[in-house]
Ligand binder design. Structure first.
Ligand SMILES: Cc1ncc(COP(=O)(O)O)c(C=O)c1O
Length: 386
C-alpha cells in the first residue's frame, strides 16, 4: 500500500506539508492502475493533482457546502476554467456588468470562439426572463458585486435559469462563504478569487471552483488539460489562511458595518453602497441570502470629482492605497483608475461607477482606528458638497 504523502512518518504533522514534487515514483503497476481508474486519490504528476492542493480543496468545499472543489492559479483562471468547461460555439452566456473587470477580457476571447454574450446590469435582474434564450447555457454573477456592492437575488436567477436549463455560477469573492453559500441558494457552482479573503494576507494568488462531484470531474479535466494547477507553496499559504478565515471575515464585516454607518453621516460622501445599511438598495435581499453580517466591502463617492477622491486617498494613513481586497489590512482604490482598466473608458462609467467612486476593503484593524483615519482624510477634501 502506498504511504500517504501527508503522513509520511505515521504521525500527522500539525500543518499541511508542502509537497513540492512534480512527479511521484510508482510503487507498483497496481497502484498506478488504482490511481488511473480513480479508485484511490493518488498522485502521479503535479499538473494532475497535488496533496497540498487537495487538502485545501477539501477545506474550501467544506466552507461552501460543496461535494468537492478544484483549486487553480488565480480567480481569473477559475472563471475562465468555468467558461471553457461548459460553453461551446453557439451557446449563450448571460453575464452581469457588475462582475470583476477582467471578465470583460475573457468575454472577448469567448466571443472569438463563437459564444454569444449578453451583458446585463444587476438592476435588471427582475427582467432576466426577457434575456434568457433557448441556447442560454450559463448565467454568471457576483453578489455583492465588484465594485458597487449591488445585490442579486440568487434564487430568482436560479428560477430564470431553470426556464431554459441554464447553469448558474456565482462569484462569491466579495461575500465569502462566511456570509453567503450560493450552492444552498440554488447556484450550480461557486467561484472564488482565493487571492482575496480566503487567503487573506496579500501573499498568494489562487482561485477555486466548488460544486458537485460531477462538476469537480469536469473542471478537473479542464485544469489537467490546460495546466492551471496551483503550486504547493501557494496551496500551503491558502490552507494556513483558511485557519483564521472565519475570525477575519467576522472582524471585517463588523468593521465594515461601523465604517459604513459613520460614512452615512458624512456630507462629503456623496453616495454610499454597503448592503448592511437598511436604505441601501438590495438590503432586503442581502439580509435574506447573507448571514452573520454583510461582508467587508464598501463603495462610495468622495466629493464631486476624481480630484476629491484622490485627495482623500492620498491623505489616508492607516488604510493602504492598493488594489485587491479581503486582506488583513484595509485597502482602498479608485476602480475607474485601477480594477476597471480592463474596460474601455466609456464602459467603466456606464453602469454606475463614477470617476470619484472608491472601493474600500475593510481589514481586521479596530473600526475606531479606521474611522479616525477616514475622518482626518475627509477633512483634506476641500469642498463640502451637500
Ligand atoms: C470578485 C472578483 N473575482 C475575480 C477576481 C480575479 O481574481 P484574481 O486576481 O485572483 O485572478 C477578482 C480580483 O480582484 C475579484 O475581485
Amino acid at each position: 500500500m502506498a504511504p500517504d504523502p501527508l503522513t509520511p512518518y505515521g504521525n500527522r504533522p500539525m500543518v499541511t506539508p508542502i509537497v513540492n514534487a512534480v512527479n511521484y515514483e510508482y510503487l507498483s503497476f497496481e497502484v498506478l492502475r488504482q490511481i488511473t481508474d480513480g479508485e484511490i486519490d493518488g498522485y502521479t504528476y503535479h499538473r494532475d493533482d497535488n496533496p497540498t492542493v487537495r487538502e485545501v480543496e477539501r477545506r474550501i468545499a467544506d466552507l461552501e457546502g460543496a461535494e468537492d472543489c478544484v483549486v487553480c492559479t488565480s480567480g481569473m483562471a477559475a472563471c475562465t476554467m468555468a467558461y471553457l468547461t461548459y460553453l461551446k460555439t453557439g451557446d449563450h452566456l448571460l453575464i452581469f456588468h457588475d462582475t470583476y473587470g477582467a471578465n470583460y477580457k475573457v468575454a472577448l476571447i469567448l466571443e472569438r470562439l463563437g459564444v454569444q454574450i449578453t451583458w446585463l446590469n444587476a438592476d435588471e435582474t427582475e427582467r432576466l426572463g426577457e434575456h434568457v434564450r433557448p441556447n442560454t447555457r450559463m448565467i454568471f454573477l457576483e453578489t455583492p458585486s465588484n465594485p458597487l456592492c449591488k445585490i442579486i437575488d440568487i434564487a430568482a436567477v436560479r428560477k430564470a435559469a431553470d426556464a431554459v436549463g441554464a447553469m448558474v455560477i456565482v462569484d462569491n469573492t466579495f461575500a465569502t462563504p462566511y456570509h453567503q453559500r450560493p450552492l444552498a441558494l440554488g447556484a450550480d457552482l461557486v467561484v472564488h478569487s482565493a487571492t482575496k479573503a480566503l487567503g487573506g494576507h496579500n501573499d498568494l494568488m489562487a482561485g477555486a471552483i466548488a460544486g458537485s462531484k460531477e462538476n469537480y470531474n469536469l473542471l478537473w479535466f479542464t485544469r489537467q488539460a490546460i495546466g492551471t494547477t496551483l503550486d504547493a507553496y501557494s496551496a500551503f499559504l491558502l490552507d494556513r489562511g483558511l485557519k483564521t478565515f472565519d475570525l477575519r471575515a467576522r472582524a471585517m464585516a463588523e468593521g465594515a458595518q461601523k465604517v459604513a454607518e459613520f460614512l452615512a453621516g458624512q456630507h462629503k460622501i456623496t453616495r454610499l453602497a454597503y448592503p448592511g445599511l437598511k436604505d441601501c438598495p438590495g438590503h432586503d435581499v442581502a439580509a435574506r441570502q447573507m448571514q452573520h453580517g454583510f461582508g467587508g466591502m464598501l463603495a462610495f463617492d468622495v466629493g464631486e470629482d476624481e480630484e476629491d477622491a484622490k485627495r482623500f486617498i492620498a491623505a489616508l494613513n492607516t488604510i493602504y492605497h492598493a488594489v485587491s481586497l479581503g486582506a488583513t489590512e484595509s485597502l482602498i482604490c479608485i476602480p475607474y483608475l485601477t480594477t476597471m482598466l480592463y474596460l474601455p473608458p466609456e464602459r467603466r462609467t456606464a453602469f454606475g461607477v463614477r470617476r470619484n467612486t472608491v472601493r474600500l476593503s475593510i481589514g481586521i484593524e479596530p473600526a475606531d482606528v479606521l474611522i479616525k483615519d477616514i475622518k482626518q482624510a475627509l477633512a483634506c477634501v476641500a469642498q463640502a458638497v451637500r
